[in-house]
Ligand binder design. Sequence first.
Ligand code: NAD
Length: 244
Amino acid sequence: MKIGILGAAGRMGRAIADAAPAMGADLAGGVDRDGAVFGPYRDTAELAVGTDVLIDFSTAEALAAHLDIARVDGGAIVVGTTGLTAEHHRLIDIAAQDVAVLQSANMSLGVNLLAALVEQAAARLGPDWDIEVLEMHHRHKLDAPSGTALLLGQAAAKGRGVTLSPPQHDRNGARSEGAIGFASLRGGSVAGDHLVVLATEGERIELGHRAETRAIFARGAIRAAQWLAGRPAGRYAMADVLGL
Ligand code: NAD
């Protein structure tokens, strides 16, 4: 089973290349914005033809083209890129009619388990509990709130039986009733810290996760690719891979 990486020169692309040998994964090639990074494939289209599954850790702007290429080729694609809009999610749903697509803003076991715990907590606690999601990432991160913070906010909203939109981010002023709030910090080399605070009069619960290394996302993405290759067309999530 051959894997191709999109965004191969980036931080996550390199982390996946580092993690692959220990997982017995066949990384057949990787391309970045300017063409081949390793392997014989000169561009995304050649990479898609030559491999069974693509792993995309590039930018949201490139997603539409990457989904189109995966559809034409008929191979599977793992989408780890974040900063996705509602339109991106609509394009993923359309592509998933023709190919297997697994999209997750966080590929780690820990965060996906945390999301399940947050959903459960939000379902059991009444509307008098305020929910805030706090995240910190390295100074180069482009999108905010992080895809993982939104994933956790969505889990909380699901537990409450409401939809999450639009998210209140770094608010200035009074908290609106029932809001799920977000706050973002950027600095240094932090791989990803997330804290979900559920607070009411007199007490609060804090559920959190700290990523100490990108290797956890890289291993999760490879595991997702190995799981996805050969699956029927459809949209899948990390919870499917992890059996959560
Ligand atoms: P990065 O900026 O280090 O790497 C992105 C790479 O994509 C760059 O090398 C860039 O040149 C390349 N690129 C841009 N346009 C391209 C195109 N059209 N075709 C091919 N390559 C292209 O960023 P990063 O830290 O590696 O993160 C990449 C993405 O993954 C971000 O959206 C980030 O938030 C996300 N991320 C997701 C998870 C997860 O578990 N899902 C974990 C970490 C990061």
